[in-house]
Design a protein. Structure first.
Length: 359
């Protein structure tokens, strides 16, 4: 068919890098070109320091429908991130709305959701084999063994939203904003909740030689775009060139807005209140406790509905109910979900490759 100029919706993208390391120079970008048929593709590319792809934004691309994974972004037509923030680009001002737009577009296109097949994850053996092959070739990095994790998370989120559960999109934003609005603000400031719409990161390395690994480090001073949410007003985007992201601090929930004070005279003067936040360690502990409580509550409700103590009750029915509850509770955590699948399969519960408990 040949290459065509199209407009693509950014479904997911890695953080842009603010250093020039040669190891892991490419990052994942996943896009959707809506149409009949729609085109859903992913590719790795080098970040331009001025041009940050952000979930929910539209990008001009050149793509061949017969070879969609080779699409190219027309970066010259993409405004720099600072100008996009100043123009209050909706994908930057309202990242929750942008997230929902992406998931609904994927469901509408039929490429994710309950009716779409789950993406196939590479086995540990496949990844190990690739890593060994690259090691023998003395490859400078093991980037080819990386999987595009976005394909799995986007599918899982679409299944939840398709079923009426917006929790993976909205998260704890509303309840965090209620707490923020209830706190008084010092004179000359107003209370606000902020979300990260875009966040540069530094590529760090750990280990040495063939055992060296690289990771994205967000803590420290980086350029960011904040979604600033003042109670009672529309959200807006604020670009901060050297935002100091404190290490060891976290919100009550990962998806909650961070508490901040905004100058009453300069809306771009935003001061995140790190002292009002708990430690990352405590947040992780609370997250585990909350997940366990959700699993227990779901199990109790399902068991009560099935009356497992009634005469003639089949223990396998209880196992199936508990398995469904545990799978629901771990829908956004692929590792925990696989552990649940393995555990209940050992008990004799039949679970399909897509994670459905068979009757």
């Amino acid at each position: 068919m040949g290459a065509l100029k199209k407009t693509a919706l950014v479904c997911a993208a890695d953080d842009p890098l603010d250093n020039r390391r040669t190891r892991f120079p490419h990052c994942w970008l996943r896009i959707l070109v809506e149409g009949d048929p729609s085109i859903y593709a992913a590719a790795k590319f080098k970040f331009d320091p001025d041009h940050w792809p952000v979930r929910g934004m539209e990008l001009p691309i050149v793509i061949d429908p017969d070879s969609p994974q080779d699409f190219k972004v027309v970066w010259d037509e993409v405004p720099p991130i600072e100008k996009r923030a100043a123009a209050n680009d909706p994908s930057l001002a309202d990242p929750i709305g942008a997230h929902r737009r992406v998931i609904e577009a994927l469901i509408s296109a039929g490429v994710a959701g309950k009716g779409a097949p789950a993406p196939e994850r590479k086995s540990v053996g496949d990844l190990a084999g690739q890593a060994l092959k690259h090691a023998f070739r003395r490859a400078p990095s093991l980037t080819e063994t990386d999987q595009d994790e976005f394909q799995f998370s986007l599918h899982e989120e679409a299944v939840l939203v398709d079923g009426g559960d917006l929790g993976s999109v909205v998260g704890h934003f509303d309840e965090s904003m209620e707490k923020i609005a209830a706190e008084p603000a010092p004179p000359g400031t107003v209370r606000a909740g902020v979300l990260f719409s875009a966040h540069a990161a530094t590529l760090e390395s750990q280990g040495s030689g063939d055992l060296q690994t690289s990771y994205f480090e967000r803590h420290g001073k980086h350029a960011v775009v904040l979604s600033v949410n003042v109670p009672g007003k529309d959200p807006y985007a604020a670009y901060v060139e050297k935002f100091d992201h404190k290490k060891g601090k976290a919100g009550i929930h990962e998806s909650a807005a961070l508490p901040a004070l905004v100058s009453a005279t300069d809306p771009n003067e935003v001061d995140v209140q790190w002292d009002e936040m708990i430690s990352a360690k405590e947040a992780k502990k609370q997250g585990k406790q909350a997940a366990a409580e959700r699993v227990n509550a779901l199990m109790e409700r399902r068991q009560a509905g099935a009356q497992p103590g009634a005469a003639g009750a089949d223990p396998m029915d209880t196992y199936k109910q508990n398995a469904r509850a545990a799978l629901d509770a771990t829908a956004n955590n692929p590792v925990s979900r696989q552990m649940v699948i393995d555990q209940y399969r050992r008990l004799g519960v039949k679970i399909s490759e897509t994670g459905e408990v068979e009757d």
